[in-house]
Structures are given as structure tokens and as C-alpha cells.
Unconditional design. Structure first.
Lengths: 255, 318
């Protein structure tokens, strides 16, 4: 475990020392603050605008960071050959991948938490209300981010940064419209298409499970059983992805 | 009771690595049927020109790649087993480390990867930075390090776990003469501690004084393995007679006998190819009252042997 944590800590340092994280953090905070500007247009629903806009914006920024910074993390190690000295140490390749995953997930998770706290601060100071239920939504989004990060690591283990980003964005889009894809596939004439959409429905992660932003915007707390299901589902999904990624990476030749 | 010979630290048997071009799938044999063993406590030099297959061999020994054929046993284990790499130190060729870290942060990371606790790792790291002349740069980001400083840091991270087996890929690369002398001194100290060292190089002058045995590689094949004295022709290749001045008559006589007569600064050098001819040449010089400064035998150098082995290897392939 000490080795996994060492790789994770190094990944956090690597990501945090990239200026883009600071820029994104400032941009996120500015975005949340800017949502306050829109609240007079919402005819007394300013609190909802800030919550909805702030949570959606912070989720989007954290996801973009995970996809676009994460896609090149592993490739950079191979390209600059920093991985050689690391993999000659007594560490398993799967441990290295898990360390990279944990480092990236921690960083994006903290960025997300920071932006959610900014939303909470704006609501407290401007609207005189502290909706603690935001943390339920935050937890679900962090778990969703975990799956996205696991996909980034999975695709990085065998393909290029560009394709990693492309495949991960495709999974995010497909995963957000899983129900609709199944519905349209089932209503066509082709049994082949129906079978394919059915298979796709079961393979892609159901990101809708993690989206509780609408609920908390309307002041409804996320039920504990939904949180328990989402956490279990995401942990299993991440575990499966990282196991396959580890097996692929284990067979890789470092040239 | 019968004494059992200790297992070699490294045993490579029929090692072959074939890569395929990802586009054309055309095969390329980088390492071709390599077999050799390393005994504990020796310094072994893997010599060869660029592209000979030295770095690929090293990567396979470290478990960074899978052999296409053949086997490698590192202390009796497959090198892909992390346990086999616990007491191994590795310096890559033209090393590149995380440039977002400082020297001490990098060594802390290295210590953690070896499972050394943070305090002990930091202490060992600082001591090594001091030993390698980097004490003043402990907190400097690695992106500001020169090539020589990176090479020294590479050696520090390779020594951090007090290895029993050191693998150094071109360890003298990027170092100034003082740095090279320091590295040689460190390698001698490590050998006296009982560490086995495998180093690759294409600079023969650097390896000859410190290696116990060498292997000469070319075109992915191991052409020769042995001690330097064993590999080099033991006999005298030629004799060199050095004289202060050489009148025209004995010079012409020596040239007529087939010897090479060359001016060397203020002196003259006469090269005699065979022992019996030496006596006759000395007689000519004494009869002409030429003062002989010295008579020295010249043996084959590792460089000459290396060139000869490579051209033999090339001829065998064609």
C-alpha cells in the first residue's frame, strides 16, 4: 500500500504543480460567483440558480480536468521514460496504475469539493441559508468522477492520449443517455440494433444514478439508500476497470 | 558434506527479443540468443556500439519487457516478480526524472517505492546527495538540474536501497572527467561492499580499468564474454624501440628489413613486428652507435580487440 500511496502522492504533486489546476480552480470559483449575477432574472429563485449553475459547472470542470489532464498522465511517463526508474523498483504495474488513479481522483475530487464549498459560501452569505444537503450531491459526483477517472486510466493503458480523451468523452455521453439509447434501440425494427443497444446499456456506466443536482436544487436531500447504491456501484465499476487496465498494462513492453 | 556452488546472481539463457513494427508488422530482432551469467561481487561490462542491443537486454533483465524466447533468473526469480527487484538498483540511460519534484522529494518517492519508511528514506537520501556532491541542490526542482546533476541523482536513487545488484546503463554519460572519476570510485566502493554490477558502455576506456569481465555485443548477439586479460591477445603484438636520434644509414637498413620507422617529436620510434627480428634490429642500432632510450612490448588494447571482434561479427553475419 505504501507504494500505491507514494505513486498517488506524486501524481497529486504533478497535477497540482501544473498551472492549469490553479486556473481551473479560479475559473470555477468565478463561475459560481457569476451565477449570482443571473439570480435577479430568476424572479425570486436566485438560490436555485446559484445551486444548479454552481453544481453543474463544478462537475463539468472537474470532469474536463480528469479527462484532459489524465489522458496524458500515463503517456507522459512512457514518452519521457520517467516510468523506467519507477518500474525497476519492487512495485507491480497494477499498483502503479492504481496509484495514478488515486492521485488523479483525489486532485479532481478536491477541486470539486472546493467549488461546491464556494457554492455553499455564496448561498450562506448572499441568501442567508446553508443547504448542507449539497454534500449528498457532492458525494455522488465524486463517485461519478471516480468512474470517469478509472476510464481515463483504462484507456491510457493501451492507447494514445488523444484516443483516451475521445473514448472517455464517448463513454460519458453514452453513459448519460443510456436509458434513451435503450429506448430508441428497442423501438426500431432491427433486432440486431436492439441487441446492441441492450448490450451497450448494460456495459456503460449509468451516470444518471449520480446526478442528484436537481433534487438538492429543490431542497430535497439525497436518500441514504441511493447514496449507498451509487457508492457500491461505482466502487465495483472502478474495481473492474482497474483490474482489466492492470492486466493490459502488465503485458506492455517498455521500449 | 558436499559443497554446493552458489547460484549466479543473474542467469540469462537464450534470451531473444523480437519487436514488430506497429505499422508494417515487420519483425526486428533486437536481442538474439544471449546467454551469460553474473557471479556475485563482480563488475561486468556489456560493451557494444549504439544499437547493439545493450539497453534492450538491460530492460529485459529488469522486467521492463517480456522476452520473446529464453529465460532470465535474477537471484533465482523471474525479474517481473517485484520481489526479485527488492535489492536492485538501476540507473537508466540518459535518465529522466519527474521535473516537478526536488531532488530530496524524488529520493523520498524512491524510498517509498522500496518500502523504506519516510524518515529512514529521507536520511539515506540526504546522505547520498551529500556523497554525490548534490548537497547544495537538495531543494532545487529537477527541471533546473544539468545533465551531469541528473546523472548523479540517478546514481543516488540507484544506491538508495543499498542494492546487492546494480544495473547501470551508460553510467558515465554526461559526466565531466571529475564526475567520471567519482563514479568509478563509487563503483569500486560498491564492489568492495559485495555488490554485483552490470554496466553497459560504448566508451571502452571508461570500462577497461574497472570491469572484471566484459561481454561484447553487436547486432543483438553476444560475440564474446570473458575477462579482459583473457579476451585480449596475451602475446606481444609488436615491440617499440625508442631512440633519441637516428642517422640515415641505420634508418634505411631497418626500413629495408620491413620495420616501421617513424619520427615522434624529437625522438624516433621503430616498430618491430616479431621477437627474433628485435635482436637483429638492436644489433643494427648498436653497430651504428645509436643510443636506445627504451624497448617496450605492445599488447592489444581492449579498443583494438573490440574493433576486431565487431568486424569478425559483421563478416560472420554477411
Amino acid at each position: 500500500m505504501i507504494r500505491v500511496l507514494a505513486v498517488a502522492r506524486n501524481t497529486v504533486r504533478e497535477v497540482v504543480r501544473e498551472r492549469i489546476v490553479l486556473v481551473l480552480a479560479i475559473f470555477g470559483a468565478a463561475l459560481v460567483a457569476a451565477s449570482q449575477v443571473l439570480s435577479p432574472l430568476a424572479m425570486g429563485e436566485g438560490k436555485k440558480v446559484v445551486t444548479d449553475f454552481g453544481l453543474a459547472g463544478s462537475s463539468l470542470l472537474a470532469t474536463l480536468l480528469a479527462v484532459f489532464l489524465g489522458s496524458s498522465l500515463l503517456h507522459k511517463e512512457l514518452d519521457r521514460r520517467t516510468i523506467y526508474a519507477v518500474m525497476a523498483k519492487p512495485i507491480r504495474r497494477a499498483e502503479f496504475l492504481v496509484g495514478k488513479f488515486l492521485g488523479l481522483w483525489t486532485t479532481t475530487g478536491f477541486l470539486l469539493a472546493g467549488m461546491t464549498l464556494t457554492v455553499l459560501a455564496v448561498l450562506t452569505v448572499v441568501h442567508g441559508e446553508t443547504p448542507w444537503i449539497l454534500f449528498g450531491s457532492l458525494l455522488l459526483t465524486v463517485m461519478e468522477l471516480g468512474i470517469v477517472t478509472a476510464f481515463v486510466i483504462f484507456f491510457s493503458s493501451f492507447t494514445t492520449p488523444g484516443l483516451t480523451a475521445f473514448f472517455t468523452v464517448s463513454v460519458i455521453v453514452t453513459g448519460n443517455f443510456a436509458e434513451q439509447i435503450l429506448y430508441f434501440g428497442g423501438h426500431g425494427d432491427s433486432p440486431v440494433l436492439a441487441g446492441m443497444t441492450n448490450a451497450l446499456y448494460w456495459i456503460v456506466p449509468h451516470f444518471a444514478t449520480f446526478n442528484a443536482r436537481g433534487m438538492v436544487t429543490h431542497g430535497i436531500a439525497v436518500p441514504p439508500e441511493r447514496i449507498a447504491f451509487a457508492v457500491t456501484y461505482s466502487l465495483l465499476y472502478m474495481g473492474a476497470l482497474l483490474t482489466v487496465a492492470g492486466a493490459i498494462f502488465e503485458r506492455k513492453d517498455f521500449r | 558434506m558436499r559443497e554446493v556452488a552458489p547460484l549466479p546472481l543473474l542467469h540469462v539463457d537464450g534470451l531473444t527479443k523480437v519487436y514488430r513494427d506497429p505499422m508494417t508488422l515487420k519483425p526486428f530482432t533486437a536481442v538474439d540468443g544471449l546467454s551469460f551469467s553474473l557471479d556475485r561481487g563482480e563488475i561486468f561490462g556489456l560493451l557494444g556500439p549504439n544499437g547493439a542491443g545493450k539497453t534492450t537486454t538491460i530492460k529485459l533483465i529488469l522486467g521492463l519487457g517480456r522476452p520473446t524466447r529464453g529465460s532470465i533468473r535474477l537471484d533465482g526469480r523471474d525479474p517481473r516478480d517485484p520481489a526479485a527487484r527488492r535489492r536492485l538498483g538501476y540507473l537508466p540511460e540518459n535518465p529522466c526524472f519527474y521535473d516537478h519534484l526536488t531532488a530530496v522529494e524524488y529520493l523520498e518517492l524512491t524510498a517509498a517505492l522500496f518500502g523504506i519508511d519516510a524518515q529512514a528514506g529521507r536520511r539515506a537520501g540526504l546522505a547520498l546527495l551529500e556523497r554525490l556532491g548534490l548537497a547544495a541542490h537538495v531543494r532545487k526542482p529537477l527541471r533546473k538540474f544539468s545533465k551531469g546533476m541528473i546523472q548523479r541523482l540517478g546514481l543516488a536513487q540507484a544506491l538508495l536501497n543499498a542494492p546487492t545488484f546494480l544495473v547501470l546503463d551508460e553510467p558515465m554519460s554526461g559526466l565531466d572527467p571529475i564526475g567520471r572519476a567519482e563514479v568509478k570510485q563509487i563503483l569500486r566502493e560498491e564492489r568492495s561492499r559485495g555488490t554485483t554490477i552490470l554496466m553497459s558502455s560504448h566508451v571502452l576506456a571508461e570500462t577497461e580499468p574497472i570491469c572484471d569481465r566484459v561481454g561484447i555485443m553487436s547486432g543483438g548477439k553476444l560475440l564474446e564474454v570473458g575477462t579482459i586479460s583473457g579476451l585480449l591477445a596475451t602475446g606481444v603484438r609488436e615491440w617499440e624501440i625508442s631512440v633519441e636520434s637516428l642517422p640515415e644509414r641505420p634508418a634505411a637498413e631497418l626500413r629495408a628489413a620491413g620495420h616501421r620507422v617513424e619520427p615522434l617529436g624529437t625522438r624516433w620510434l621503430i616498430r618491430i613486428a616479431e621477437g627474433p627480428a628485435l635482436q637483429r634490429a638492436l644489433k643494427v642500432l648498436t653497430q651504428s652507435e645509436v643510443f636506445v632510450n627504451s624497448v617496450e612490448p605492445r599488447r592489444e588494447t581492449l579498443e583494438e580487440h573490440f574493433v576486431r571482434a565487431l568486424s569478425r561479427g559483421k563478416a560472420a553475419r554477411s
